[in-house]
Design a protein around this ligand. Structure first.
Ligand SMILES: Nc1nc2c(c(=O)[nH]1)N[C@H]1C(S)=C(S)[C@@H](COP(=O)(O)OP(=O)(O)OC[C@H]3O[C@@H](n4cnc5c(=O)[nH]c(N)nc54)[C@H](O)[C@@H]3O)O[C@H]1N2
Ligand SMILES: Nc1nc2c(c(=O)[nH]1)N[C@H]1C(S)=C(S)[C@@H](COP(=O)(O)OP(=O)(O)OC[C@H]3O[C@@H](n4cnc5c(=O)[nH]c(N)nc54)[C@H](O)[C@@H]3O)O[C@H]1N2
Ligand code: SF4
Ligand SMILES: [Mo]
Length: 732
């Protein structure tokens, strides 16, 4: 087990070396073609990167003669501060990529690659006729299944959801593959997820990044972390992999995967033994605290925690003492940590550690995970009622509505539906062919459909399995607004250039479908048939948001992104949103859902004998899931996927640097090029989920749809234990 210490090398050097915050000047040196004529006049527009990324960056687009020449960071954005990640600077390559889907197209037969261009009218006619046909045959629109997630988080993209609710009750993929176990954990404990302003990390005297790889996945946080470090704040990173973030830490702790709860319990026991407990805070603000203290006394020892986690007892003592006494000390719990069968429970234990030391509700403190406080829009785009007389699915309360299926077991759950079966898929902002576990099952499920419609920009794996693809705009080609699930800023996306080719945004597509459905069968779709993005935006804002952002019209966002008026420390008012209005160390809600009421240890999943190696598939530096990596600049920077493997493990299987390795289990296999590295433990291999151009690489061929322990309380379904994935390897 690896423990390493680094000397802090100063903010500037650390940022440049590790955190890959690029400036446009740096990038143009790498690729002179990116430079625009410095003397020409630019029109400038304000944008927000709408990807599912912590940072949700403010951007400025520079347009000359209707052409987007370059994209830079918006200096008025107080969190992203005028800089973008490398991906953010590649946007011109995305917009003008020759690989972009330019027109509506149909593929006959599905999967053949035989695509022909069709008109929007033909596309809409085919889709509308199929919807009406299915409704006639099955007596409802339930055979139509909608799956949308995080391709674009712009608020008007909820128009895609609106399309579905307005044709009738449909089958919906419910849940999130992303962060649900941690959301539930924090919901049980505090009543919802709500974190300190990340800019407030500058006030921390101690900082633990727990299963969080900020240098790649939330790069704009690094300057705030470095600012704290300039004052002497110690940065501790806990991760089974020595990530780019870990390599910058003062102390890196290589923990055995899925054992974070045991480490937090060991720390808690040592804090208790030394009476560094903030009894006043914990007793005044929580319920069940003393019950948990009894558990610690009777069940937890440092030796047990050290044995379980692989972290030496001395190190547990060191971080326990420092964390408990630094005041305020901050913890940032990453989403990687909760992608386990006990992931939610581990987050609950870490929460309890924050409570016991009085670090919750404090500036410079917090157990920070994410928030949705700035997402209070009206979502009018998705709130149209089903047409009169629509037949729905009777829920447990007897009320008719949509039929919800599990987004996190999408393939199996779609195929399990019988009454009526699912016959048509509509996918928007979603690439299950690449991002869902068990790709083979996804392929089989797609093949059982009568019609698959995907709205996207590139011929990715999901599009390849579709019958019709509808080309969508990028965020520079329409107007929208974005909030973040991490920082407190909200910003506008101005339309900087006209939509390319025949692309349309999700809300326009919804209106077009409504026109066609109503032409074919009046009253069959309740979605409006016209409306401008500006009108839609006005419908999405409300007095609450205006007050929050201290503006009176959303158009004021054109002058500058706005930061919500919220205290820097979450829960500083002590008004928790649990049933008891206190922090629920003892949670009846958790118990009702069949979980331990207390934050106690729950055993991790063990490797089966025939698949002894754990394959962790975290988030890539050069891609945002299946986006960006396919672009030419990214293919230059990072041409092929690799398998990170410890030399000891490689030697055991006769594998050398650069060898092709078959990674397999009973679900499927992938072939990857080996890169020998001591950054991963000897029983863990790593490959980053991503979609490369001209490659069938997809980690999810080997990843099973194993549920994590939590998620259903707040998001409808449990999350995914992506990182409890076990495989075997052999030289290919
Ligand atoms: N093995 C493994 N798998 C994972 C994960 C992991 O850690 N390991 N992580 C999981 C996590 S955390 C997440 S959040 C999911 C993400 O899963 P997804 O949300 O499916 O991922 P993306 O690739 O970001 O986006 C999906 C598609 O949206 C399209 N898109 C972009 N903009 C628009 C738009 O304006 N309109 C429409 N209609 N489409 C648009 C993109 O081109 C892309 O094809 O993946 C999960 N999958
Ligand atoms: N560049 C880039 N940025 C992204 C994304 C992307 O795809 N690319 N995706 C965005 C999205 S949707 C998300 S959800 C976030 C994810 O952001 P993060 O949470 O930072 O990213 P992950 O890569 O999912 O996981 C973080 C770390 O968790 C570690 N980990 C896995 N299991 C354990 C464990 O049991 N214990 C501990 N302590 N650590 C563990 C992994 O080794 C990994 O280094 O990033 C967002 N930002
Ligand atoms: S991908 Fe994330 S960090 Fe990069 S520009 Fe977009 S929001 Fe910013
Ligand atoms: Mo995610």
């Amino acid at each position: 087990m690896k423990i390493s210490r680094r000397k802090f090398i100063g903010a500037t050097a650390a940022t440049a070396a590790g955190a890959s915050l690029f400036s446009f000047e740096m990038l143009t040196k790498l690729n002179p073609a990116a430079a625009a004529d410095p003397n020409a006049e630019f029109q400038q527009f304000r944008n927000v990167c709408p990807r599912n990324c912590y940072d949700t960056c403010g951007q400025i687009s520079f347009v000359q003669n209707g052409i987007l020449k370059k994209v830079e960071g918006d200096p008025k954005h107080g969190y992203t501060n005028g800089k973008l990640c490398l991906k953010g600077y590649t946007y011109t390559r995305r917009i003008y990529s020759p690989d972009r889907i330019k027109y509506p197209m149909k593929q006959t037969p599905r999967g053949s690659g035989n695509w022909t261009r069709i008109s929007w009218d033909e596309a809409m006619e085919t889709i509308a006729k199929k919807i009406l046909d299915l409704k006639k045959r099955y007596g409802s629109t339930l055979p139509i299944c909608f799956d949308k997630y995080s391709g674009n988080f712009g608020i008007l993209h909820y128009g895609a959801d609106g399309t579905m609710s307005s044709i009738g009750y449909t089958t919906r993929a419910l849940g999130t593959p992303c962060w649900p176990a941690g959301i539930d954990a924090q919901t049980y404990d505090f009543g919802t997820l709500y974190s300190n302003d990340p800019e407030d990390m500058v006030n921390a005297n101690y900082l633990i990044l727990w299963g969080q790889n900020a240098a790649w996945t939330a790069v704009h946080s690094i300057p705030f972390i470095n600012k704290a470090r300039e004052r002497g704040t110690k940065l501790v990173v806990i991760d089974p992999i020595e990530t780019s973030t870990a390599s910058k830490a003062d102390l890196y702790i290589q923990i055995k995967p899925s054992t974070d709860g045991a480490l937090a319990l060991g720390m808690a026991r040592y804090i208790l033994d030394n009476n560094w407990v903030d009894w006043d805070y914990a007793r005044a603000n929580s319920v069940g605290f003393d019950e948990w203290i009894d558990y610690l006394r009777n069940n937890v020892t440092l030796d047990w925690a050290a044995e379980k986690t692989g972290v030496p007892a001395d190190i547990i003592r060191e971080i326990a003492r420092e964390y408990a006494t630094a005041k305020p000390a901050s913890m940032w719990v990453g989403y990687g940590l909760q992608r386990h069968t006990n992931g939610g429970q581990n987050v609950r234990i870490i929460d309890a550690l924050g409570v016991m030391t009085g670090n919750v509700g404090k500036s410079g403190g917090g157990v920070n995970y994410g928030h949705l406080e700035t997402w209070g829009f009206n979502y009018n785009a998705m709130s149209y009622p089903a047409p009169k007389g629509s037949k729905g699915f009777a829920g447990p309360d007897g009320k008719e509505g949509d039929r919800n299926i599990n987004m996190n077991n999408f393939a199996q759950d779609v195929m399990a539906q019988q009454d009526p079966p699912v016959k048509m898929l509509w996918l928007a902002c979603r690439n299950p062919g690449s991002q869902d576990p068990d790709t083979t099952a996804i392929e089989k499920m797609f093949n059982s459909m009568e019609l698959v419609v995907t709205v996207d920009s590139f011929f990715n794996k999901t599009v390849q399995m579709s019958d019709i693809v509808l080309p969508t705009t990028t965020h520079f080609e329409n107007t929208d607004v974005n909030a973040s699930y991490w920082h407190y800023w909200v910003g506008i996306n101005q339309m900087a250039i006209k939509p390319m080719y025949e692309s349309k945004n999700d809300i326009e597509i919804a209106m077009l479908l409504s026109q066609k459905m109503n032409a074919l069968e009046p009253g069959s779709c309740t979605f409006p048939t016209k409306g401008t993005p500006e009108e839609w935006l006005s419908k999405e804002f409300n007095p609450g948001i205006y007050e929050f952002l201290e503006i009176s019209r959303w158009q004021e966002l054109i002058d500058s992104p706005r930061k919500a008026k919220m205290p820097p420390a979450s829960w500083s008012d002590g008004k928790f949103r649990t049933p008891s209005q206190k922090i629920e160390i003892h949670s009846d809600s958790a118990e009702k859902n069949g979980l331990p009421p207390l934050p106690i240890w729950v055993e991790e999943m063990k490797a089966p004998a025939n698949y002894p190696i754990r394959l962790i598939t975290p988030h890539p530096q050069h891609a945002l899931h299946s986006q960006f990596q396919n672009l030419d600049w990214m293919m230059t920077a990072n041409p092929e996927p690799i398998l990170e493997i410890h030399p000891q493990l490689a030697a055991q299987y006769g594998i050398s640097e650069g060898n092709k390795v078959k990674v397999f289990n009973d679900l499927g296999s992938i072939i990857l090029k080996a890169h020998l590295t001591r950054t991963t433990p000897p029983d863990v291999i790593v490959s980053y989920e991503s979609w490369y151009k001209n490659s069938n690489y997809n980690v999810n061929y080997t990843v099973k749809a194993i549920p994590s322990d939590m998620g259903k309380q707040a998001t409808g379904n449990d999350g995914l234990a992506f990182h409890d994935n076990f495989v075997m390897i052999q030289k290919a």
